[in-house]
Design a protein around this ligand. Structure first.
Ligand SMILES: [Fe+2]
Length: 339
């Protein structure tokens, strides 16, 4: 029922009104949300895991920020110290995974610093049983019926990638029918983190949703280690098991510290989009798996080297993700793709 050929999805014209009403637990109803109130009906599922900083320490940018460097030598020292930090990183994958994994509640400022330093922050089993069950059903609904309101369908069932996905504008996704999807991806917690990460830049907040499954493949889409030409902060949920053999995304912990220079230089130098080499050699980065049990969520900056893992026979990767991107990056990419 869930996994059909893309042509079947595309030919379907099912009306939203014929969907089965989902049960909404009363205690899950949020009083208010500062993020797009009309879209978010349930409480923020991340609020128990990422603790908002207290008002007096709320501005993570205010904490002992050094003055901007005034001369060439100090600029180069600052750049070098970031690269030295990366070089000094313990390459042991287990140690790297520990640095970026939060199983217990954590301050938001720690999450922001982790993203800046290491590029990825993982929250295993962030959704409890009830909410996971509900978002799973909504994921199935997106896969089954999403093509009719998607702006792009990614049907690769007959290719080596063996996957199917739908790209949907978050604002176009019905709020009641997909309340759990909205609660997670329009999370006020993620919104605040995104504001800190993109410090002062205008950006689209988790505007594009992508629901995708990947069946058995040894050549997954985007499997080669790379950084994204357009800087993006991704919110990512493993709807089902994202563990061994389930195609979880790999991340090169800390590689964003130097790869961001490669991206910014390409922008600065006006390199045509198609000519930018965004590949990363496997031996150059300490690589971890972002995967975890069903309901595992992670945030990641796409300057970090990343790539999908193969999906083993009998396994399947089911994910929903969303992306936030500064307007200036999007504007540049439009321009650079026409060069
Ligand atoms: Fe990518």
């Amino acid at each position: 029922m869930l996994f059909k050929k893309a042509s079947e999805y595309l030919s379907r014209k099912k009306d939203f009104s014929d969907s089965t009403e989902l049960h909404v637990p009363r205690d899950a109803i949020a009083a208010t949300s500062r993020v797009e109130e009309s879209q978010v009906l349930l409480s923020d599922p991340l609020s128990m895991r990422i603790v908002m900083d207290k008002p007096e320490t709320g501005d993570v940018n205010s904490k002992d920020k050094p003055e901007g460097p005034a001369d060439t030598a100090s600029v180069l020292r600052k750049v070098q110290s970031r690269i030295d930090d990366f070089e000094a990183l313990d390459r042991n994958a287990e140690a790297c995974l520990d640095l970026v994994t939060f199983r217990e509640p954590v301050d938001m400022s720690t999450v922001v610093e982790t993203l800046r330093n290491y590029g990825v922050a993982i929250f295993p089993s962030v959704l409890g049983e009830d909410r996971l069950e509900r978002i799973s059903r909504q994921y199935e609904d997106m896969i089954e019926n999403g093509a009719q309101f998607a702006y792009k369908v990614d049907a690769r069932e007959d290719s080596t990638a063996n996957s199917f996905g739908v790209w949907i504008e978050r604002e176009g996704l019905p709020s009641e029918r997909f309340d759990e999807v909205h609660a997670l991806f329009a999370s006020e917690t993620i919104s605040q983190i995104t504001r800190e990460i993109f410090a002062g830049q205008a950006f689209d907040f988790n505007s594009a949703l992508y629901a995708q499954w990947t069946d058995h493949t040894s050549v997954p889409a985007s499997g080669t280690l790379h950084w994204d030409k357009q800087l993006t902060l991704k919110s990512w949920l493993y709807v089902t098991d994202g563990g061994e053999g389930c195609g979880a995304m790999r991340a090169g912990v800390g590689s964003n510290k130097w790869l961001r220079y490669a991206r910014e230089d390409a922008m600065f130098d006006g390199v045509p989009l198609r000519k930018i080499d965004n590949s990363v050699r496997e031996e150059d980065v300490p690589v971890i798996s972002t995967g975890g049990p069903a309901g595992t969520f992670f945030l990641f900056l796409t300057d970090t080297a990343h790539g999908a893992q193969p999906v083993a026979p009998g396994k399947r990767r089911n994910i929903i993700r969303a992306q936030s991107r500064p307007h200036r990056v999007h504007e540049w990419a439009k321009w650079a793709s026409g060069l």
